[in-house]
Design a protein around this ligand. Structure first.
Ligand SMILES: Nc1ncnc2c1ncn2[C@@H]1O[C@H](COP(=O)(O)OP(=O)(O)OP(=O)(O)O)[C@@H](O)[C@H]1O
Length: 779
């Protein structure tokens, strides 16, 4: 396999009108015969082709591209890429401009190659050509289909097939028939390409564009002989985005981002070119994967393609650095060596690849045919069976009708045999016929019995089968309906079960919630001061209740004796009084029972007790015959009543005390809260003060240092400047500063005092808190 180097051409564009206007100088010269470019004074480069400012598009095409197009038609892959600084003439050379605005002789490489290709096709009628085109751009390292803008960037992927050919999966390939069709596709792609205005170029391409023509050629059937195969080849036309010096272009925002991506892609391409141009490259790694452009060109660069690199440069001395860099870049590319081959038989290879698949398919087809035959046979068999079944049914019907006839004939002949006088021979024959029929019938019955295993039935067999079939169908229908019903019911049951589950869950949750609430209430009951107070109150009431009940019991004992010591009238009075007393006691009892939190009116009680006491006294006055026992009982009753009154009074007093204490506690709690708040405020004030103090201290320190410096300066006898007025002003300022510093000192002292006060306050506060705690503990 022959190794051929990459051909490198350099094209120097003429100075543009704006460059002439700015009187820019030319810094590039060409030595046409030697294919040399001299830039500046002493940078000389030799290339395969050099084109000066007067070179035409036709010239560039004829020299650089025509041989590639010939190679393409011979079955070789080809690649031309234009490299150079922004605004150096790449798009102009490649032909990526709007062709409507370009004169025919200014058309670039691509339209010329298209024309030539279709001219070639038209001249080779013996070959069947299939031409496809695609147009892709790499914008900010993302692929974009310029012929189908609806294709999302995410759907385009660079892949490598098993032969190492780069394939862009998802890109549209248009099958084309004539040059005009391709030109219009090219134009629509050019229009869709990302371009923008920069300081360096009014129509700057902001992306790398790859226009690809793929051809597949095969001898026409009439000219074909067995030895000839088909050929497939492709031609990439690559218009790279221009290299840009960010400082020079002044790009910002989106343009800046584009520049970064463009330069990184070009840098990756430069690295690939360097690696490929390195004589020790066999061991070196080729960094194709670093950028999309290098991944796409992987199968061409350094591999199976004939390559021409066109380096475009500006002649302006202002672009000297960029042009020199481009020439160095191109110089490296000269070292790349490729091994192009004619791409024969991709179809045959494909057929080879597909052979096992074809074999499998053939086998599958055969087995399909066999099974089809079987199916056919089966169908035939089925048809035969059904016709036989029909025949059988018909025969059975015939048989039964014949049997009926025979049965009837038998009966008739048996009668005739008995009644009619026949000749002996006739009678014998009849007799033998009858016995034969009987024998046949008997045999038939035995066969039927063994077949069915049942008693003989008068219904023909086929009719029974049909009937049973119908019954079976009905049963199946009923079964299906039942099943449907069953599934419905099942579903309903399922729903109900779910509902029950949900309700149970809800109930459980509610129970848990209730428990939690009860628990919280219980815990709160032990900790909250008002509840404690209530509990204490309740305790008091219970004790009071116990005392009252004891008194009542004693009272009952007392009243049991009273009726025996009075006459009837007095009895009534006493009874009335007794009832009123009892009622009053019972009333008190009921009141106490009704609400433990309610204190009974002490004055009421006293009044009732007095009343009972008086009534007892009057009873004692009317009955002079009362015994000592009754006296003592009455006395004890009065004493008890007094005791009760006393305890009621004490209880009322204690309750009042408790109320007062609770009120006091509440006030003190509020006081504590206030004090804490004040303490916090005082703390924040003191913090702010200390912050201010530290600031002031710093300022004082600064003032001090400045003062000492000024003093030093004043002490210097040689300092002439001191006598100057501005210097004096400065000194005055310094003095002012010193005064301010002194003031600050005073402020600082005040602040310190304030801080001390705050500390004292805090101390007092803590003492009060301690005292309050002690008091509350005592209470
Ligand atoms: N050989 C030439 N003869 C006359 N004019 C040229 C030539 N080369 C380039 N120009 C002009 O120079 C300008 C810039 O060219 P072009 O747009 O092709 O640059 P570019 O290298 O593609 O720039 P970019 O990288 O920014 O896209 C265009 O106006 C173009 O017409």
């Amino acid at each position: 396999m022959e190794e051929i180097p990459v051909k490198v051409a350099v094209r120097v564009r003429p100075l543009l009108s704006k460059e002439i206007l700015h009187n820019q100088q030319v810094c590039v010269r060409l030595v046409q015969n030697a294919n040399q470019v001299i830039i500046g004074k002493d940078h000389v480069f030799t290339f395969d082709f050099v084109f000066g400012e007067n070179s035409t598009q036709e010239e560039v095409y004829a020299v650089c591209i025509k041989p590639l197009l010939v190679s393409l038609t011979e079955g070789y892959n080809a690649l031309v890429f234009a490299y150079g600084q922004t605004g150096s003439g790449k798009t102009y050379t490649i032909g990526g401009e709007d062709s409507a605005s370009v004169a025919a002789d200014e058309r670039g490489i691509i339209p010329r190659a298209i024309q030539e290709l279709f001219h070639h096709i038209s001249e080779h009628r013996n070959i069947n050509f299939h031409v496809k085109v695609s147009y892709i751009e790499i914008y900010k390292e993302e692929l974009r289909d310029l012929l189908d803008l609806e294709t999302s960037m995410k759907d385009l992927h660079i892949r490598e097939d098993e032969k190492g050919n780069t394939v862009i999966v998802g890109s549209k390939e248009f099958q084309v028939e004539c040059a005009d069709e391709v030109i219009s596709l090219l134009e629509s792609g050019n229009a869709a390409r990302h371009t923008g205005t920069t300081q360096m170029n009014e129509h700057s391409s902001r992306s790398h564009a790859i226009f690809t023509i793929s051809i597949h050629q095969k001898q026409s059937a009439e000219y074909q002989n067995a030895a000839q195969d088909s050929i497939s080849s492709k031609f990439h036309f690559v218009d790279l985005a221009g290299s840009e010096r960010l400082a020079k272009t002044g790009n910002t925002g989106e343009r800046f981002k584009e520049s970064v991506k463009i330069n990184s892609g070009l840098f990756a391409l430069g690295n690939v070119i360097s690696a490929l141009g390195d004589p020790k490259r066999k061991s070196a790694h080729i960094p194709y994967r670093d950028a999309k452009i290098t991944r796409i060109l992987k199968d061409s660069l350094g591999r199976n393609a004939k390559i021409v690199m066109i380096t475009c440069i500006s002649p302006s001395s202002l672009d000297f650095d960029e042009s020199l860099n481009s020439l160095k870049y191109a110089n490296r590319a000269k070292n790349i060596r490729n091994k192009p081959v004619v791409n024969y038989n991709p179809e045959k290879d494909r057929i080879d690849e597909m052979e096992p698949e074809i074999r499998l398919l053939q086998e599958a087809l055969q087995s399909q045919q066999v099974s089809n035959q079987h199916l056919h046979d089966l169908n035939e068999e089925k048809g035969r069976i059904s016709s036989l079944e029909e025949k059988l049914t018909r025969l059975q019907v015939q048989y039964f009708s014949y049997r009926n006839c025979v049965d009837e004939a038998l009966l008739l002949l048996v009668d005739l045999n008995d009644d009619v006088s026949l000749r002996r021979s006739q009678r014998d024959r009849l007799q033998s016929w009858i016995s034969m029929v009987q024998k046949v019938r008997k045999e038939a019955l035995t066969v039927q019995e063994t077949d069915t295993g049942t008693e003989t039935s008068p219904v023909p067999h086929h009719i029974t089968v049909l009937q049973q079939k119908r019954d079976l169908e009905k049963c199946q229908q009923v079964l299906a309906m039942n099943e449907e019903l069953f599934s419905q019911k099942n579903h309903e049951v399922q729903i109900l079960q779910n509902q029950t589950k949900a309700l149970l869950q809800e109930k459980k949750e509610q129970q848990e919630f209730l428990k939690e609430a009860q628990e919280t209430q219980r815990l709160q009951g032990y900790t909250s001061p008002p509840v404690l107070f209530l509990a204490q109150m309740t305790e008091f009431h219970i004790r009071r209740q116990i005392i009252l009940s004891k008194l009542e019991d004693q009272d009952k004992v007392l009243h049991c004796h009273l009726p025996d010591q009075s006459d009837e009238e007095e009895d009534n009075t006493r009874c009335e009084e007794k009832t009123s007393y009892k009622c009053s006691i019972n009333q008190t009892w009921t009141q106490n029972h009704a609400s433990l939190c309610f204190l009974p009116d002490v004055s009421d009680m006293k009044h009732q007790v007095d009343k009972s006491g008086l009534s007892n006294k009057s009873a004692l006055q009317t009955d002079t015959n009362t015994g000592e026992e009754s006296d003592s009982l009455q006395n004890s009753h009065v004493i008890n009543m007094q005791k009760l009154t006393n305890s009621e009074l004490r209880l009322a007093k204690t309750e009042q005390k408790i109320r007062k204490l609770a009120l006091n506690m509440k006030r003190k709690e509020e006081l504590i809260k206030d004090l804490v708040r004040t303490g916090k405020d005082a703390l924040s004030v003191s913090w702010q003060c200390s912050l201010k103090i530290s600031q002031l201290e710093q300022e004082i320190e600064q003032a001090k240092t400045q003062l000492s410096e000024t003093q030093k300066q004043l002490q210097e006898p040689d300092s002439k400047e001191l006598r100057d007025i501005p210097e004096k002003v400065m000194l005055q300022k310094e003095c002012q500063k010193k005064t301010e510093a002194a003031k600050l000192k005073v402020q600082k002292r005040e602040a310190r005092e304030l801080a001390q006060k705050v500390a004292q306050l805090k101390h007092q506060l803590s003492q009060i808190e301690e005292r309050l705690c002690e008091e509350s503990e005592k209470k």
